[in-house]
Design a binder for this molecule. Structure first.
Ligand SMILES: [Zn+2]
Length: 433
């Protein structure tokens, strides 16, 4: 349960302020007056006792499928942003593989209009690179950008044609936007439904060759070098792919990447029972790849953590591993899963984890953020780092229940978000009221 309220004045008392943007890490009170961070408490401020909690700049997830328009039985902008708020996110960027796809200014405006009415988080739409996501003809980046598109991708598919992708890079450089590539050559992935390896062979499932991801990244880095267009690798998943991005960054190219929460924790061993909720794209890979994803975050090769939140109806997903659509929901488990992979493993602290959900995604989209400083718009996330909780899909606010983490016990849970004067609080955290 999520409770939405409006407060003209709000005081968050005694939280640990962790703000990688303004470089703050201290216990302090945070005052919000008329939607902005203030130096002093407002008159009759609503008070939240936040001792023991972390307050950070609002978390962002730049890879989310909200399914609207056209697939509202899977998710809507309303349910998806409720799930986002429950997961501690104040902003999500939504993918354009809807029905119809977001390939026209009208379609982009439909999303922004709808989001302005029903959303519990800010929604930034991403437009397609090609018309109808067919990979053949480019969309008009500048009119889409004008309508509100913040990036371009054919996510779900990679843009395979060299000439089309070259044109996309040239347009991206011209309008100063970023191309987000779902890296996969279909010929190399060859109908694979999970990572090609020992487990796929043992259970008799067609395997997906990691080269299908790596080869496209290699091609695209070449195009990036040639054109100067900004390039972002979506849901990176193999050690070699991460190395390619590492080299490109060393070269000074405008290349960034992201990792999904599930790729930080699970390997293809999770697919051993052929459970449909372990099927995703790119697939779960090897422990060496999981280790490389974690290392990539630590050394700055990987810029941010995303969920690739991909809700599906149970009736669609529970049809056996072979036929099930790929993808899992992630918004409501992201912080707990990422904390398990990066913080409780001893690799990083909360400050760094919050960077990967705040400064990292902002840098990729070239958006400036002020953080928790006086005068800035209030955009905050409250996290209880000591809360132990059990993943219960029946309680998700997302319409999707497709998660491989059901029943898993996690340590660390978002408990609320603040956007302007709007406060969304998880009801489980009753002590805050
Ligand atoms: Zn994708």
């Amino acid at each position: 349960m999520l409770t939405n309220s409006q407060y003209s004045a709000l005081t968050i008392e005694g939280a640990r302020v962790v703000d990688p943007i303004s470089q703050r890490d201290e216990v302090a009170d945070v005052f919000v007056v008329d939607g902005k961070i203030a130096a002093e408490p407002g008159v009759d401020a609503h008070k939240i006792d936040a001792s023991g909690l972390i307050v950070s700049p609002g978390l962002w997830d730049i890879h989310v499928h909200l399914r609207e328009p056209g697939q509202t039985h899977k998710e809507t902008i309303e349910s998806g942003t409720l799930a986002a708020a429950a997961g501690g996110f104040t902003l999500v960027a939504c993918m354009p593989n809807t029905a119809p796809p977001l390939d026209s200014p009208e379609a982009i405006r439909l999303v922004t209009d709808r989001a302005s009415i029903v959303s519990s988080a800010t929604v930034l739409p991403i437009a397609t690179i090609t018309k109808g996501r067919k990979g053949l003809e480019l969309t008009d980046f500048s009119s889409l950008q004008e309508a509100g598109a913040v990036a371009f991708t054919d996510d779900g598919d990679g843009v395979e044609d060299d000439a089309v992708m070259l044109g996309a890079f040239e347009q991206a450089a011209k309008v100063d936007t970023v191309l987000i590539q779902h890296c996969e050559y279909k010929e190399l992935s060859a109908g694979g439904v999970m990572h090609l390896g020992k487990v796929s062979k043992r259970i008799g499932m067609p395997g997906l060759d990691p080269r299908s991801e790596e080869a496209m990244i290699e091609r695209d880095i070449g195009l990036c070098r040639k054109t100067g267009g900004r390039y972002h690798v979506a849901h990176i998943s193999t050690a070699k792919a991460i190395d390619l991005v590492r080299q490109a960054k060393r070269e000074g190219l405008p290349v960034t990447t992201e990792v999904c929460t599930h790729h930080l924790l699970l390997t293809d061993d999770a697919c051993a029972e052929a459970a449909p909720n372990t099927k995703m794209h790119p697939p779960l890979r090897l422990q060496s790849d999981v280790d490389a994803c974690r290392q990539g975050l630590l050394d700055g090769t990987i810029d941010c953590i995303v969920t690739d939140h991909a809700p599906h109806a149970a009736i669609e997903k529970n049809v056996g591993f072979l036929k099930a659509p790929a993808g899992i929901v992630g918004l409501e488990t992201a912080v707990g899963i990422a904390a398990e992979a990066m913080v409780h493993s001893g690799l990083a602290d909360w400050v760094r984890l919050i960077e990967w959900f705040t400064t990292g995604p902002a840098r990729i989209l070239h958006r400036s953020r002020k953080g928790i400083v006086v005068g800035a718009d209030s955009e905050l996330t409250l996290i209880d780092p000591a809360a132990t909780w059990c993943v219960t899909p029946e309680q998700f606010l997302s319409l999707g229940r497709n998660t491989p983490f059901a029943g898993r016990s996690l340590l660390g849970q978002p408990v609320g978000t603040v956007r302007g004067a709007a406060v969304a609080m998880m009801a489980a955290t009753a002590r805050l009221f």
